[in-house]
Structure formats: structure tokens, C-alpha cells
Design a protein around this ligand. Structure first.
Ligand code: AOF
Ligand code: ZN
Length: 381
């Protein structure tokens, strides 16, 4: 807070924090678009505000300008992302701000979309508008880490979710694993799925668990659960040799199932397609399995996936971690012991010396019912 003539006035960070709070309303629905919030302020009063709810609908600035009407003239706009300059599914927000007579625009983060990338700020400046960028930039980055990953790296942000016993086991030797964690942790998994554009699993996990890999409104524990569950994440089954059983439950759920393979077996492919699956043939790694980098590139470029949730067993999880493709791990730890013959978290066969260990940074630990949730970031390669 700054003091001005005896009055307590919020600083730009406080208004931007408000815009970020608004942007978060789009957390489960805006993807593949970024989450964006906008607050229009005149004489320390909010005259209009809004956020981007979903692709195809108006951008945050347009909602805020509509709410403000004539009051937008002379106002300062606090926007969490650089206003767009392109004609996409909607018109350019930079133009709308100029036309409305906004006098100053404060931005958290420049838009990495090559269609915008600085042009929005340039348009505003050329119209004589005072532009400042970088206010609470890190918060805006964190909120849009998936969108930024797709734009900058050409692949989704990958979050690996795993549930384990206190002795680090994920399933019995038979593959039986239901349930290790309690209802609070499982509800959190539903929210992780809901915020993701895709859920990736290996065919062996699908065979073992016959999991649906869907978002269920009754388990989400969120306002608007029905709307959020109305749009299912793309289910991606990594199945190098097309072994997915035709009776798999995931093929009979709302939403799409994509089988990522490197097999050219046309007959198996057709049989899966007849069950509603879509099949994509991708390059294979030297071990004959689908190359993870090729899969992630496909998901970003062909499917516009910002965030992918990896829910799988020790083999695929190990390969993804070993290849440096995992950006974040969400680990649920249950207060139970499964014993030495049960399955471990990761299959990392090449890891034999202490010098090869995989260090992590733990960024958050909290209790969820009887379980613990640990968020850990692997050190990059
Ligand atoms: C803004 N304000 O609230 C958002 C922006 O297909 P469209 O027309 O919705 O455009 C999507 C692109 O616009 C998206 O990739 C990103 O670059 C930008 N998003 N821009 O000015 C907003 N959501
Ligand atoms: Zn826009």
C-alpha cells in the first residue's frame, strides 16, 4: 500500500494480484488458451473487470471493457497477459483498449504466442498509451506454465502423479492397487485431471487397472463441477505394440481416447478404431517403444495440449523421468505398508551408483485427509 494525500491507495501489485485472482477462475476451463484476468481502475476504483473463461469466448479485456462502458475512458488496465494484437477466434484486445480510451496498461507477462509476441504492447505504445510490463510476472508464469511450455518448448508441461505407500510401493506384485490413498487424495487427482488437456497412461497400467481416466463431476469437489466434467481430458494410451484390449473401459467413456503407437499392424489398428479409439503412429525410440519426445511434440502441436498428466506404472514413469520429460511430480503418500514384493515407484534399471541418483526439490508438502501430498521438481538434465 502507498500513502497519497492521507489516503491509502493500493499499489500496482495489489491491482495485478486482483487480476490474477480473476484469471484463476479460468484455471479448469480456459485451456488451450491461457488464464487471463483484467481489472480497469480509475481514481483508485474498479470500474470494470473480467477474465477469459474458455477458448472462443471473449478475452479478459473485452469482459472488463463491457462492464466499464464509458467509464473505461482514462482508466488504467491491469492485465495478466499482454493484450493480443491478432484476429484469432476473437478480435485484438489491444485495439479494443485503444478505442475505449484507456490511458495506461500494466501487464504481468508478455504473450509468447508468435501471433502476438510484443505486437500488442507495440500497438498500445504507438497509440500513445503508457505501457508497463513485468508486474507479478512470476505469478502469471506459474499460472500459465502449460501454455508457456507449449509456446516456448513445443511440448506440454508434464506432471507425473503417483500414489504410494509409506514404504514407496504403488501396487502389489499382482498389479492390484485399489486403493492405496483415501477419498481426499483421489478427489485431488480428479482436479489434476480436470486442469489437464490430456491424461497419459501406459498400456500395461490400463490393462492392470482398467481405469477410466475420466473426470467425474461427483468426485471433483469444485463449484461448476458439471461444466468442468463436460469437457474430458484427451486420454492418451502409450501402446507401442497395440495391445490395448478392445473391451478396455477407457474406450467406453465420454471424450476421446488416443492410442499412441509405433506399430504398423493395420488390422489391430482398425479393430481399435472400430471401438472408437483414434490411433496415431509415432517414431520409436531405440528400445522399440514410442519416443516420449515425439509423443509430447505431437500432443502440443496437433492437439494443443498445455498440461499433460502422466498417470502410469513404474516402467513408463521411469522412462519419462530418466529422459528428463517430467516437469513436476505429485506424489500421494498413504499411511500404509505394502511390503517388499510390491511394485516400486520407478523402474530405473540403469541407476546403480549413488552418483546417478535423481535429486528432487520438494516445493510443497501437505496433508490430504490421512494421506500426504508431496510436490517435487526433478533437477533438469
Ligand atoms: C488476451 N486476453 O484474455 C487471452 C489472450 O483464439 P483466440 O482469439 O481466443 O486467441 C487466443 C490467443 O490469444 C492465445 O493463444 C493467447 O495468445 C491470447 N490470449 N489474449 O489479450 C485474453 N486469453
Ligand atoms: Zn485478446
Amino acid at each position: 500500500m502507498r500513502r497519497k494525500q492521507g489516503m491509502v491507495t493500493p499499489n500496482p501489485e495489489a491491482w495485478m494480484a486482483r487480476a490474477l485472482r480473476l484469471a484463476r477462475h479460468g484455471y479448469y476451463t480456459a485451456h488451450p488458451n491461457p488464464c487471463v484476468g483484467c481489472v480497469l481502475v480509475k481514481r483508485q476504483t474498479v470500474v470494470g473487470e473480467g477474465y477469459h473463461a474458455r477458448a472462443g469466448e471473449p478475452h479478459a479485456e473485452i469482459h472488463a471493457l463491457r462492464a466499464a462502458g464509458e467509464a473505461a475512458r482514462g482508466a488504467t488496465a491491469y492485465v495478466t497477459l499482454e493484450p493480443c494484437s491478432h484476429h484469432g477466434r476473437t478480435g485484438p484486445c489491444a485495439e479494443a483498449l485503444i478505442e475505449a480510451g484507456v490511458k495506461r496498461v500494466v501487464i504481468a507477462l508478455s504473450d509468447p504466442n508468435p501471433q502476438v509476441a510484443g505486437r500488442g504492447m507495440k500497438m498500445l505504445r504507438e497509440a500513445g498509451i503508457d505501457v508497463e510490463c513485468g508486474v507479478l510476472e512470476n505469478d502469471a508464469r506459474e499460472l500459465n506454465r502449460g501454455f508457456l511450455s507449449r509456446m516456448h518448448r513445443g511440448r506440454p508441461f508434464v506432471c507425473l502423479k503417483m500414489a504410494m505407500s509409506l514404504d514407496g510401493r504403488t501396487a502389489m506384485a499382482s498389479g492390484e492397487s485399489q486403493w492405496i490413498t483415501g477419498p481426499c487424495a483421489r478427489s485431488e487427482v480428479q482436479r489434476l485431471r480436470a486442469r489437464s488437456g490430456a491424461v497419459i497412461s501406459g498400456v500395461d497400467s490400463v490393462i492392470a487397472d482398467d481405469s477410466r481416466l475420466t473426470v467425474r463431476a461427483d468426485q471433483l469437489d469444485l463449484p461448476d463441477a458439471e461444466t468442468i466434467a463436460g469437457r474430458q481430458p484427451l486420454r492418451v494410451i502409450v501402446d507401442s505394440r497395440l495391445r490395448l484390449p478392445l473391451a478396455a473401459k477407457c474406450l467406453r467413456q465420454p471424450g476421446r481416447t488416443l492410442v499412441a503407437t509405433c506399430s504398423c499392424d493395420a488390422e489391430r489398428r482398425q479393430r481399435l478404431e472400430a471401438q472408437g479409439a483414434e490411433v496415431v503412429c509415432l517414431p520409436s525410440a531405440p528400445d522399440g517403444r514410442v519416443e516420449p519426445g515425439a509423443l509430447l511434440e505431437y500432443l502440443a502441436n496437433a492437439e494443443d495440449i498445455n498440461e499433460a498428466l502422466l498417470e502410469t506404472g513404474a516402467t513408463l514413469a521411469g522412462a519419462m523421468l530418466d529422459g528428463g520429460w517430467v516437469d513436476e511430480m505429485v506424489l500421494f503418500v498413504a499411511p500404509t505398508l505394502l511390503g517388499g514384493t510390491a511394485r516400486p515407484l520407478f523402474e530405473l534399471p540403469g541407476l546403480v551408483r549413488m552418483s546417478q541418483q535423481k535429486p528432487l526439490d520438494i516445493t510443497d508438502i501437505r496433508a490430504l485427509g490421512q494421506d500426504w501430498r508431496i510436490i517435487a521438481i526433478p533437477h533438469s538434465r
